[in-house]
Design a protein around this ligand. Structure first.
Ligand code: ATP
Length: 302
């Protein structure tokens, strides 16, 4: 759906993006992550046609953004970090303004208001909305023309936990309805929850591109197992280590173990076979944060 091919972007002597090729599949939710200055914003600006690449092309559904910009941009809905809104206009008027600019039927406004759950506040001036509502109004603007592709730049960065949760739900619903989403974010926990695949950028290069589960496997990162034991003892720690745990530590009655996925059951079995009482346990996959830190620790190739 979106194809970046051999994108280079230099600002004077500085390279912002170096030979980056990346395909966003139709209907997928792909997240761009990377440290400050990695090139995420530049890549999004290239996609939006706001920055001309020094070399390379980007096509949206076959339309080259540079040569066929109008057709390409018609396929995009864009939500910047801070949506451009008019505080004195009502929610409805803000949407009516954009609808008129983009030639969208006014009927669509009610649909979009319902979608982002802002219908009850449609007549309130935008300046009276909470941060979460403003972000949803920005999303409503981006959705007015029913674009098949949504581009979101740090969409949850200024939201509180409740608004973040609501925004993620909305994103999941749009994704489930078939919208292709390209999202840039520093909030790796959110990315891990919503993204089909993650593109990790560093120094303008693509360091990794895959699902979080596949990246975790490539990095051979252990899972985190938390076991509540009846009688905490050094013996339980030793048993876990011998059964394959990379690390095992007691915190009160909880035995915290980092263990390769395939040795998880062996640890539990070893404890039970030795008579250790297990009151409860939970396991969590490696976090995207751990993957990110491990991958960025490696020297950049090429
Ligand atoms: P952040 O997470 O901090 O937003 P980013 O991954 O979005 O970072 P970019 O903003 O794309 O990174 O920046 C990539 C590189 O390009 C950085 O070294 C930045 O200083 C440089 N850069 C970006 N825009 C310009 C510009 N207009 N002029 C000169 N250099 C720029």
């Amino acid at each position: 759906m979106i194809e970046f091919a051999h994108i280079h972007k230099r600002y004077g002597a500085a390279t912002a993006i170096a030979d980056l090729s990346l395909m966003v599949k139709r209907g997928e939710l792909l997240a761009l992550v990377g440290p400050n200055g990695a090139g995420k914003t530049t890549l999004i600006r290239v996609l939006l046609g706001l920055v001309r690449p020094t070399a390379g092309t980007v096509c949206i559904d076959g339309h080259d953004v540079q040569r066929d910009g109008v057709a390409a941009r018609l396929l995009l809905g864009y939500l910047p970090q801070r949506a451009v809104l008019y505080g004195n206009l009502t929610v409805h008027e803000n949407l009516a303004f954009v609808a008129q600019l983009r030639g969208v039927s006014p009927v669509r406004i009610a649909e979009v208001l319902a979608l982002v759950r802002l219908a009850p506040v449609a007549e309130r001036p935008a300046r009276t909305l909470s941060g979460g509502m403003l972000q949803r109004l920005g999303l409503a603007q981006a959705l007015l023309a029913s674009p098949p592709v949504l581009v979101l730049d740090e969409p949850t960065v200024s939201l509180d936990p409740q608004s973040t949760l609501e925004f993620k739900e909305l994103l999941r619903a749009l994704h489930a309805a078939g919208t292709t989403v390209l999202l840039s974010s520093h909030i790796l926990g959110d990315v891990q929850e919503v993204a089909d695949r993650v593109a990790i950028l560093d120094h303008g290069r693509l360091v990794a591109l895959d699902s979080v589960a596949a990246l975790a496997q490539q990095c051979a990162l252990p899972e985190r197992l938390r076991i509540q034991v009846g009688e905490p003892s050094d013996h339980a720690v030793e048993l876990a280590r011998r059964a394959g745990a990379a690390t095992a530590e007691l915190h009160g009655e909880t035995l915290e173990v980092a263990v390769p996925r395939e040795r998880k059951l062996a640890v539990l079995q070893a404890l039970m076979a030795a008579g250790v009482v297990i009151r409860d346990f939970s396991s969590a996959p490696p976090t995207l944060e751990a993957i990110f830190l491990q991958l960025l620790d490696q020297p950049v190739k090429g």
